[in-house]
Design a protein around this ligand. Structure first.
Ligand code: B12
Length: 217
């Protein structure tokens, strides 16, 4: 089976909500020493986007969405410890990554955190539903270069802006590069918030983070 066919099979297992099959394929990817990042981006990333489309089209409802999200999270958790340990050899910088307060969408944020970590950043993943104050405290304590904030709901996007305002109020805006993301986020919104950048995908988030700390190609 080619890699492309394998990614398609994983996508199909998730879209069909077949948890056992998805976990089995994740294990197979580990056993066959496949590139874990590629499996996450191409297999799981694409499948969950398709779940979103099915929801948009009214073909899937909340239970299916939740089930799909859970299968993806479980499978990614299985894959994460098997990331290439090469990354320990170098370090580009540090980052905190979180989904903003009021928002429980964690999948895209986790993929971004995973990718940043795989490409040489030391990442502190604060999880989801995290208040701006808490993100700032962690950023200060861990002395990070980058703060990455995810928001998937139009109702929680304002939290991203609030975080940047709080940084300004505290006179520490210049200490960090703030990058924003999540399905409803646009470059315009990032500009309006006064962020340092926005990226539509995890891979582009890596390029953005690298270029912001002067380590881009
Ligand atoms: C899975 C899912 C869920 C799961 C989440 C499971 C989990 N643990 O994450 C569950 C079922 C829990 C859920 C709940 C809800 N959901 Co929901 N959900 C989705 C769905 C289908 C997919 C989201 C996803 O994971 N996408 C796949 C990932 C890989 O993509 P991504 O998150 O966009 O991330 C990529 C990029 O955006 C970027 N990125 C992401 N974060 C960051 C951060 C940085 C710094 C950077 C640079 C880049 C970046 O890189 C990522 C990888 O490439 C979307 C539909 C959609 N089209 O997005 C709806 C969607 C986001 N949900 C929606 C809604 C309304 C809800 C609920 C309010 C439903 C309800 N009535 O209860 C609740 C919200 C509860 C809450 N308080 O947060 C709406 C939001 C509408 C809106 N405009 O606000 C959407 C758009 C569905 C819809 N069309 O109506 N949901």
């Amino acid at each position: 089976m080619s890699h492309e066919e394998f990614f398609e099979e994983i996508s199909k297992a998730i879209i069909d909500l077949e948890e056992e099959k998805a976990m089995e394929l994740a294990k197979k990817a580990i056993d066959n020493k496949m590139n874990v990042l590629e499996v996450i981006e191409k297999g799981f990333g694409i499948a969950i986007r398709r779940l979103g489309e099915l929801w948009d089209a009214g073909e899937y409802f909340l239970p299916e969405l939740m089930m799909g999200g859970l299968i993806v999270k479980k499978s990614i958790d299985l894959l994460l410890p098997h990331l290439d340990k090469e990354k320990d050899k170098f370090q580009l910088g540090k980052a905190v990554v979180a989904t903003i307060e009021g928002d429980v969408h964690s999948i895209g944020k986790t993929i971004v955190a995973t990718m940043l970590s795989a490409f040489g950043f030391q990442v502190y993943d604060l999880g989801e539903d995290v208040p701006p104050d808490k993100i700032i405290e962690e950023a200060l304590e861990k002395e990070v270069d980058i703060i990455g904030v995810s928001s998937l709901l139009t109702t929680t996007m304002m939290g991203q802006k609030k975080l940047i305002e709080l940084l300004k109020e505290r006179g520490i805006r210049d200490k960090f590069k703030v990058i924003l993301g999540g399905a409803p986020i646009t470059k315009n919104w990032a500009d309006e918030c006064g962020a340092d950048g926005y990226a539509p995908t995890a891979m582009e988030a890596v390029d953005l983070a690298k270029s912001l700390i002067g380590k881009g190609e």
